[in-house]
Design a protein around this ligand. Structure first.
Ligand code: NDP
Ligand code: 8X3
Length: 252
């Protein structure tokens, strides 16, 4: 049987590209997300193009009942997940802390922190039982630095950074790798979501430099996940060449 990767948030951006790159490598793929039409299309496309097996699970990572029900509904052989990519996540708003919406904070905390934990809580025992596995957590440069208007997004990604470190220590006896991936600006649906459909703000984010693409991060994840069994990339910061840190861009 092919190796199995589970990618959360595979309906767009980094997650979609990652599902496709693993499929190219011959992995069977479990894809998740809230937008069922997109999952159905991706499932069909990956099966046809790469002749691999695909399962799609349509759930919101913020709802632990849905997370447990969907993941536990996988047939036993599909629970042998080799690689879990905890990718589903978002930033909501870029407002000063004294002005931001509580609902934005709640959405980020519930998705990026609690959602990642809910999924990991189901999948890690499967890996522990088999004494093998690799968890790749999508953190961010926002998990390493803090910028204006980003306090809560930065806080949730700092939490992901800490969870990756904690997961690595707790799972050490079970031969489980944990990789924390921290990208700078990647042009996906991220900014349209963050700015709630404001195209001007979205376009301004990526103006005057070449941002990373979802495929760049996907290649990096696949690289980390296909290293020899004794090698683990713990923590990886990856930026566009024109971005030095979260606030320094060379725009032309
Ligand atoms: P996209 O908006 O393109 O993709 C986000 C994915 O997450 C979608 O598939 C979406 O699926 C899923 N998702 C969001 N909320 C939920 C939810 N409640 N339940 C289930 N799935 C959810 O953004 P990116 O691809 O850029 O983002 C992927 C990850 O990378 C995020 O964790 C983000 O924080 C991180 N990241 C992004 C960077 C960037 O500049 N783009 C840089 C650094 C890190 P659906 O809506 O169908 O549920
Ligand atoms: C996304 C990158 O710089 O907008 O995680 O926080 S940034």
């Amino acid at each position: 049987m092919n190796k199995i990767v589970l990618v959360t948030g595979a309906t767009s951006g980094i997650g979609k590209a990652t599902a496709e790159k693993f499929a190219q490598k011959g992995f069977n793929v479990i894809i998740t997300g809230r937008r069922k039409d997109r999952l159905d299309n991706l499932e069909k496309e990956l099966k046809e193009k790469y002749k691999i097996e695909v399962k799609s699970l349509n759930f919101d990572v913020r709802n632990n009942e849905e997370v447990e029900k969907n993941l536990n509904s996988l047939p036993k052989e599909w629970q042998n997940v080799d690689v879990l990519v905890n990718n589903a996540g978002l930033a909501a708003g870029k407002d000063l802390i004294q002005e931001a919406l509580l609902s934005d904070w709640e959405q980020m905390i519930d998705t990026d922190v609690k959602g990642l934990l809910y999924v990991s809580r189901v999948v890690l025992p499967w890996m522990i039982k088999r004494k093998t596995g690799h968890v790749v957590n999508l953190c961010s440069i926002a998990g390493k630095e803090v910028y204006q208007g980003g306090s809560v997004y930065c806080a949730v990604k700092h939490a992901v950074d800490a969870i990756s470190k904690g997961m690595r220590v707790d799972c050490l006896p079970y031969n489980i790798k944990v990789t924390n991936i921290c990208p700078g600006a990647v042009e996906t649906e991220f900014s349209m979501v963050r700015f709630k459909g404001d195209k001007q703000k979205n376009d301004a984010t990526y103006k005057g430099f070449i941002p990373l693409k979802g495929e760049d991060i996907a290649d990096t994840i696949v690289y980390c996940a296909t290293l020899p069994s004794h090698v683990c990339i713990n923590d990886l910061v990856i930026m566009p060449t024109a971005q030095a840190n979260s606030g320094s861009f060379f725009r032309q």
